[in-house]
Design a protein around this ligand. Structure first.
Ligand SMILES: [Zn+2]
Ligand SMILES: [Zn+2]
Length: 331
């Protein structure tokens, strides 16, 4: 079968003869229909985030249809439409037992610590495959995972209706934070150097954080850009008692003044993904009941053969890019 893999840093290729997955008794096998491209995939492609071996199958934001069910799986069935929760926590360690599965030290991450989901068929632990209604469009389903990241960050920030928030970075993750803020009644102001991304943020209901009438400072700030300058900006825009939620990741150390942090009583919070099962359960419930349509952030579709192009373009393109897998795809 076919799979999209990294051969060496920067070299994305389609493998024609990747082995079929063999699901265990607790797994389902899924025919993949669509995979979203995410910032962490781009760091793998660029070689900034090391993977165990090459060629390395990419991707983690996947959805598709169950085509086989392991012997011990009673609550999934063939034909079911599912989205994958691509963080397989062990559910057994002390962190998992208190519900903080995002910090599980044995967490397996397809596309990062084990082969990714950008393949025609994949085997996934059944409990990490979430059934979704058959009539949801593929783009909405693909965006459930990054929306879960955004919704968890917003929930942990203690955001309440009537507040204003600054969102730094209007990449796909920043845009989904905008949607996650709007749904709880928070007014998002967005900053991003790229006009195309700002236009998209405006379309989704975000205000221009650089406009003359934008607030000077904020009590709630979401950093999604993952560059050192973004944290500097977050600190500059923070009002006393502000909560700074950090979603973007960057290996470069940044100078931070404890004088500033203490004097203004700032809270810095690292927001790593979501916990199992609440993160996906809450996100799917919200998409179901609130007409969120997170797929609105998807702005480009590529076929499997265009995957290299998709990964090249994703860094600069406004919105999320997705790779669509269709049966018998040759182009
Ligand atoms: Zn992602
Ligand atoms: Zn664990």
């Amino acid at each position: 079968m076919r799979a999209v893999a990294l051969r060496s840093p920067g070299q994305v290729t389609v493998l024609e003869d990747w082995p079929e997955p063999t699901g265990g008794p607790e797994d389902v096998v899924v025919a993949v229909r669509g995979v979203g491209v995410c910032g962490s995939d781009l760091s793998v492609v660029r070689g900034h985030r090391r993977v165990p071996r090459m060629p390395w199958v990419l991707g983690h934001e996947a959805m598709g249809e169950v085509i086989a069910v392991g012997g011990s799986v009673a609550d999934r069935h063939v034909g079911q439409r599912v989205v994958i929760e691509p963080n397989y926590a062990c559910l057994n360690c002390p962190r998992c037992r208190v519900g903080a599965t995002a910090t599980c030290s044995r967490r397996r991450i397809p596309g990062m610590s084990e082969p990714g989901l950008l393949a025609e068929r994949i085997a996934v632990p059944a409990r990490f495959s979430w059934p979704v209604p058959a009539d949801w469009c593929d783009d909405d389903v693909i965006c459930i995972e990054p929306l879960a990241v955004a919704m968890s960050a917003v929930a942990r920030s203690g955001a309440t209706s009537g507040q204003q928030a600054l969102v730094i970075g209007a990449g796909a993750q920043g845009l989904l934070v905008v949607l996650a803020l709007l749904r709880v009644g928070v007014e998002p102001y967005v900053v991003d150097p790229q006009p195309g991304r700002m236009a998209l943020a405006g379309e989704l209901g975000g205000h221009d954080g650089d406009a003359l009438d934008a607030p000077e400072g904020f009590r709630l700030i979401f950093e999604t850009a993952g560059v050192p300058a973004a944290l500097e900006l977050a600190m500059a825009k923070a009002l006393p008692d502000a909560h700074l939620a950090l979603i973007g990741q960057c290996m470069t150390p940044v100078p931070l003044s404890t004088f500033e942090l203490v004097r203004r009583r700032l809270t810095l919070q690292g927001c790593l993904i979501y916990d199992h099962p609440e993160g996906f359960a809450a996100t799917i419930a919200a998409v179901k009941s609130e007409n969120l349509e997170p797929g609105r952030v998807v702005r480009a579709h590529f076929s499997m053969n265009q995957a290299a192009q998709a990964f090249r373009a994703a860094a600069a393109a406004p919105g999320k890019s997705c790779i669509t897998l269709t049966e018998g795809q040759n182009t």
